[in-house]
Design a protein around this ligand. Sequence first.
Ligand code: URA
Length: 259
Amino acid sequence: MSPDLDPATARALLEWQIEMGVDAALEARPVDRFALPERMPAPQRRDPAPHAAPRAEAPRDPIAAAEAAAAEAADLPALREALGRYPHCDLRMGAQNLVFADGRPGARVMIVGEAPGREEDRSGRPFVGQAGKLLDRMLGAIGLARGHEDAGRAVYITNVLPWRPPGNRDPEPAEVAMMLPFLRRHVALAAPEVLVLMGNHACNAVLGKRGITKLRGRWDEAMGLPVLPMLHPAYLLRQPHAKRQAWADLLELRARLES
Ligand code: URA
């Protein structure tokens, strides 16, 4: 910070930059971070204990590694840790937080969104920005809430990608492919009755289908569960006229839960 800048002005400048969409702090001089590890001293290798069993080789293929790590996770905290240790997805390098899930595990409804945005990256919780607030209102309109104490009215929320893609760009197919084994395990461990897929990217990842305006509101099946594709709340913020369709889909969800 410049010595001439008082804290209030510095804060105002920073808030203005955030308002303008600046979401990364770059230093005045570029740093080639890919070059850094080579300049760091190599970690000292310790010989394994003489009687220690040889460790299994970690798979190098990112998808095989994800499958192995996800399969080993016996519960949701272990799955979260496994994701935190997973080294193959470069998104983690640009993200502030791993965004794992919110709401109540064991809820009847599990919502799968696309990826964290800026607010979610900052807070480490999915769907907390404008789209998330709309999602909460949509759920509230049919008597559901994340973390509701009654499991029958609670929802559990996650995303296909647990790290924010830079500048909110679309997920790359390779990123989705790496994260799918974790998502499958996440669904198995959270054990919902139905999945709700928010938007095209979630449908593409889970159902392998695109075209949310056609898919929405029609029950499908994936991961051994009934699946309802819906319009993403971020889309509804841009296209408020589509809220009528979202309302119809919410009623469809409620009817299923009541049947
Ligand atoms: N959009 C998503 O798909 N997920 C979030 O967590 C936030 C916005």
